[in-house]
Design a protein around this ligand. Sequence first.
Ligand code: HEC
Length: 97
Amino acid sequence: MKKMFALACGIALTSTLAFSADLKDDANYKAKCGMCHGAAAEGKPAMKTAPMKDVAAKPAADLTASITKGKGKMPAYDGKLQAGDIATLVSEIKALK
Ligand code: HEC
């Protein structure tokens, strides 16, 4: 019985670590992106951002480049976010499609 509980915990833990969260629940998104892209990634006309799902169809490499190097009024996140964190954000954006 104890063993089964441990196993269940192990599965629960691995699944939260292995699968990325929703973009809007990502701590990096909340801290660094939401103010311009909206708390639910709905886009903010005042910030000149489109709903994030509208760019989700773009190739992951393009989204990664935009986040890493910046685009238009968007700042570059090279050096501010780890490459792995950017990759997680990109997969969460692609999941909105
Ligand atoms: C200061 C406001 C601001 C912040 C902060 C910001 N963005 Fe943006 N973002 C923009 C604007 C404005 C655009 C539209 C750029 C354009 O097309 O000229 C944009 C565009 C994008 C795009 C589309 C890029 C493309 O290739 O079309 C993605 C993806 C994106 N942002 C992700 C993020 C992520 C992830 C973060 C947080 C790490 C973030 N943004 C933070 C303002 C911001």
